[in-house]
Design a protein around this ligand. Structure first.
Ligand SMILES: Cc1cc2nc3c(=O)[nH]c(=O)nc-3n(C[C@H](O)[C@H](O)[C@H](O)COP(=O)(O)OP(=O)(O)OC[C@H]3O[C@@H](n4cnc5c(N)ncnc54)[C@H](O)[C@@H]3O)c2cc1C
Ligand SMILES: *[C@@H]1O[C@H](CO)[C@@H](O)[C@H](O)[C@H]1NC(C)=O
Ligand SMILES: *[C@@H]1O[C@H](CO)[C@@H](O)[C@H](O)[C@H]1NC(C)=O
Ligand SMILES: *[C@@H]1O[C@H](CO)[C@@H](O)[C@H](O)[C@H]1NC(C)=O
Ligand SMILES: *[C@@H]1O[C@H](CO)[C@@H](O)[C@H](O)[C@H]1NC(C)=O
Ligand SMILES: *[C@@H]1O[C@H](CO)[C@@H](O)[C@H](O)[C@H]1NC(C)=O
Ligand SMILES: *[C@@H]1O[C@H](CO)[C@@H](O)[C@H](O)[C@H]1NC(C)=O
Ligand SMILES: *[C@@H]1O[C@H](CO)[C@@H](O)[C@H](O)[C@H]1NC(C)=O
Ligand SMILES: *[C@@H]1O[C@H](CO)[C@@H](O)[C@H](O)[C@H]1NC(C)=O
Ligand SMILES: *[C@@H]1O[C@H](CO)[C@@H](O)[C@H](O)[C@H]1NC(C)=O
Ligand SMILES: *[C@@H]1O[C@H](CO)[C@@H](O)[C@H](O)[C@H]1NC(C)=O
Ligand SMILES: CC(=O)N[C@H]1CO[C@H](CO)[C@@H](O)[C@@H]1O
Ligand SMILES: CC(=O)N[C@H]1CO[C@H](CO)[C@@H](O)[C@@H]1O
Length: 674
């Protein structure tokens, strides 16, 4: 063991003589070293656009790759410590060969600042040179509000304060900022958003990564994956940073920031794996609004989420991805024809039905940050369709003086139709909340009917509104008919707030079997009603994800295939409350409210991308009976655990070393083997 450590040691030291004089760098021990930039920058080779196994050619950014030839060339130049950027030749079929054996000599935790294997300043500089100058040392997004980084700027701080929670787009534009700041450790928030009780006001990197690579080509991703694997660094992938479970951040990590991979290519007639029709090839950084704008421009429809700024080709689609179009076309991941991906060994491969089909199966729904770094995806597109939307506000009081019991009876009457509405391709996006003692509100925002005219939607909803009349409830419905999905989506879904430190969410996929008997539906409805009466804020979707035209065999949570309602419950607390009261509110979500939902839906599941950060038995809830195969594939494609995220496949083998509120793993702590 000692001698093997010795070889890692040998990899580590520095040699000045093979390096040029173009740059002088201060090392950790204040000695100086030079990097000969002209020799090595950047480490990449341009390969043929058609070298993909996909029907689609590679994007230009994907033709720039790290190859054995590039590495051999660098090694020929006797560039110091270059093997830290080498591939691992332990193939998926032979995990005992190659550099894998090194793994056993790494300590229990990932490598952190201060550890022996943590890269020196020289190595970070060399890395930056090989990347072509794409390495960014983290300055927290809100550093403008503090003196700690020498970046104080009152105006910028004001902008950040105003937009922290309601401008979800801004976090996406920073290399390391994420919305889930509670789990990040709240190490650098605009001061106005900090609880009054916080004594010292400072800004530290905390649970943000130490460094980020602003990715613009595949070679950069390969260099970073290889370096992280060879040194046992924590690696994270950040696209927009929207993930509710803080899956795109981590203390001491090296981050791959994929936001700028924005290529969009449209194919009018695309053939792959038996599919023939329109398709898009999209870079991993494309966001929903960009996908929809492109689909609008080319006169087609694409499946994406409702949120404007959410990345569609990163965590969203890799985790399944539900859409206003899901009741009609299925999940976003069902539309995938092929993807380009850098795997944990550093190699760049095509995943499709015909190329690495098991990896393809796992990537289509098995979750982000688990099997590789996706750089682009080819998805099916559909013909242009009209959409009719309906909005209304159902609430107690008002001109009709509606009582709480009338409110619940009306909401219950809406629930009665869920299976029918979803089977007709509809998606209902509604919220339910208490607005005061005995007062409730549920706004429909919107009922989304793809392919339906206004008359058709009115006919579908008429029986519900006539029942409401019998109950004594009348609402003021607004129907709008659009002749394109883009216009309907744009009018229906404004930018949503996210970035609060005083909220936790959890969710459940309620199966349609709960609609099979009045007893079961009563129990289901009561479980919703009781948590609303207890203070929960509910965002729910009447949705299906098993179109009659079929769906592919992939790793999407099987609970999606028989869903009638996906419901999210949020608990919000007052930041000035004592910590014990905040913990009680947080725990109530997981162990009381969600228990009520789990109890009425035994064996069902929850949607990983809008879920409880500490979902009990996450393997069953997020992956169902697909877990065993997903775990096997994780071991096969990433035996080194290069990729990790909270509640991702294989994450049970690891744990964060510190907790927030006693049981919420802090991303501002060390990741260690469980
Ligand atoms: C306002 C809002 C609206 C939403 N609406 C919907 C909706 O309508 N439907 C729905 O299904 N979900 C929705 N979500 C949830 C959404 O699916 C998740 O937040 C998802 O994680 C976002 O993915 P991202 O890539 O944008 O975020 P990030 O936080 O950047 O990444 C999320 C995860 O994916 C990984 N990842 C990102 N890019 C890659 C890549 N290229 N290769 C490998 N791993 C990668 C990250 O490491 C991380 O683990 C919404 C979220 C928000 C905040
Ligand atoms: C640095 O690079 C230049 C240009 O390639 C080369 O002439 C010089 O020999 C290099 N220096 C060293 C020390 O390798
Ligand atoms: C390096 O130099 C800085 C500034 O001069 C000093 O604060 C630091 O202690 C030095 N570090 C070492 C390891 O000598
Ligand atoms: C290989 O090294 C030579 C000499 O330094 C350099 O000119 C060339 O661009 C390198 N080729 C690749 C593919 O890195
Ligand atoms: C991996 O294989 C390539 C190609 O055969 C070879 O050039 C390289 O040296 C190998 N790398 C390691 C770390 O063994
Ligand atoms: C696996 O690797 C070992 C050690 O390098 C080698 O002896 C063996 O032949 C390899 N097996 C296969 C199937 O490639
Ligand atoms: C966001 O909040 C700021 C004030 O904090 C306000 O001026 C702005 O209009 C809000 N924007 C949205 C989209 O709600
Ligand atoms: C903090 O204190 C100020 C002044 O005492 C008060 O106005 C404000 O509401 C407090 N903020 C919070 C979040 O309690
Ligand atoms: C292409 O497909 C072949 C055969 O299935 C496979 O061996 C190879 O690794 C694939 N190449 C890429 C880049 O995925
Ligand atoms: C609403 O009902 C309450 C009691 O049920 C009654 O006192 C009140 O006058 C009513 N208000 C309206 C506007 O009808
Ligand atoms: C279901 O709930 C309704 C309304 O509370 C009630 O009238 C009905 O009897 C219940 N049905 C069953 C089977 O419990
Ligand atoms: C792989 C490699 O080049 N490792 C070198 C790192 O630097 C030390 C000190 O010069 C060398 O001894 C290693 O060989
Ligand atoms: C999207 C958003 O809410 N942007 C706001 C950011 O903050 C400035 C004021 O500082 C507002 O003018 C913007 O509307």
């Amino acid at each position: 063991m000692k001698s093997n450590f010795g070889s890692v040691l040998a990899l580590w030291g520095l040699s000045l003589c093979h390096l040029g004089t173009s740059q002088t760098i201060l090392n950790n021990d204040n000695s100086t070293v030079q990097v000969n930039q002209s020799i090595v920058a950047p480490a990449l080779e341009s390969v043929d656009q058609r070298s993909s196994n996909s029907t689609a050619d590679l994007f230009n950014s994907e033709t720039l790759q790290l190859t054995d030839y590039v590495l051999a060339n660098l090694t020929d130049l006797q560039l110091t410590n270059i093997t830290l950027f080498a591939f691992d030749n332990a193939t998926a079929d032979n995990v005992t060969s190659g550099g894998l054996s090194k793994r056993t000599f790494f300590p229990r935790c990932k490598t952190y600042p201060g550890d022996f294997l943590w890269p020196s300043r020289y190595l970070w500089k060399l890395f930056d040179v090989l990347l072509g100058g794409a390495l960014i040392e983290t300055v927290p997004y809100a550093a403008a509000c503090y003196d700690d980084f020498g970046k104080f700027n009152q105006q910028q701080c004001g902008f950040l304060t105003d937009n922290w929670t309601n401008g979800s787009l801004y976090h996406a534009q920073d290399p390391t900022s994420v919305n889930a700041v509670l789990f990040q450790g709240q190490s650098c928030l605009p001061p106005r958003l900090l609880p009054n009780t916080t004594a010292t006001r400072h800004c530290t990197v905390g649970g943000y990564p130490s460094y980020a690579v602003k990715v613009s080509n595949v070679a950069q991703v390969q260099l970073a994956v290889n370096l992280a694997r060879n040194l046992n660094l924590r690696l994270v992938i950040k696209n927009t940073g929207h993930d509710f479970g803080a899956k795109s951040t981590g203390y001491g990590a090296l981050s791959l920031w994929t936001h700028n991979l924005k290529d969009v290519q449209f194919f009018e007639s695309y053939r792959e794996s038996g599919y023939h029709g329109p398709a898009f090839k999209l870079g991993a950084g494309v966001q929903a609004f960009e996908l929809y704008e492109a689909a609008h421009k080319y006169g087609v429809t694409a499946v994406g989420g409702e949120g404007r700024t959410v990345g569609v080709m990163g965590g969203y689609i890799l985790g399944g991805g539900h859409s206003p179009l899901s009741s009609m076309y299925g999940m976003a991941a069902d539309q995938i024809l092929s993807m380009e991906v850098v795997t944990a060994d550093g190699r760049f491969v095509t995943a499709s039905k015909s190329s690495h089909p098991d990896l393809f199966w796992a990537l289509c729904g098995g979750g982000g940050s688990t099997y590789g770094v996706v750089t682009s995806i080819v998805v099916k597109a559909f013909p242009k369709i009209k959409v009719t939307t309906l909005t209304y506000v159902l609430s107690t009081g008002g001109p009709g003086n509606i009582t709480a019991s009338q409110f619940w009876a009306a909401l219950r009457a809406y629930f009665d139709g869920f299976v029918d509405y979803a089977d007709k391709g509809n998606y209902g996006y509604f919220r339910v909340t208490s607005t005061g003692p005995g007062q409730f509100m549920s706004d429909m925002g919107p009922w989304f009917a793809p392919g339906m005219s206004k008359a058709e939607l009115q006919a579908l909803v008429a029986p519900l509104f006539s029942r409401w009349k019998q109950i004594g409830v009348e609402v003021n419905p607004t129907y709008t008919e659009f002749n394109d999905y883009y216009d309907a989506w744009y009018a229906s879904f404004p930018v949503e707030p996210w970035g609060s430190t005083t909220i936790r969410q959890a969710s459940r996929l309620f199966p349609r079997s709960n609609w099979q008997s009045e007893t079961k539906l009563n129990a289901t409805f009561d479980s919703i009603r009781s948590v609303v009466e207890d203070g929960a804020y509910i965002i729910a979707f009447n949705i299906a994800a098993a179109p009659k035209t079929g769906y592919p065999d992939n790793s999407i949570n099987p609970a999606w295939r028989n869903v009638a309602m996906h419901a999210i419950a949020a608990t919000l607390w007052d930041p000035t409350m004592p910590e014990a009261s905040i913990k009680a509110a947080s725990d109530k979500l997981t162990f009381d409210w969600m228990k009520r939902w789990r109890d009425v839906s035994p064996g069902a599941g929850a949607y990983m991308s809008e879920s409880d950060y500490i979902e009990p038995d996450f393997r069953q809830a997020f992956f169902g009976d697909k877990y065993a195969k997903l775990y096997r594939l994780k071991k096969r494609y990433d035996p080194w655990s290069v990729f990790y995220a909270q509640n991702a496949v294989g994450s049970e083998d690891w744990k964060m070393s510190e907790m927030i509120l006693g049981n919420l793993p802090s991303q501002n702590s060390k990741l260690c083997r469980a």
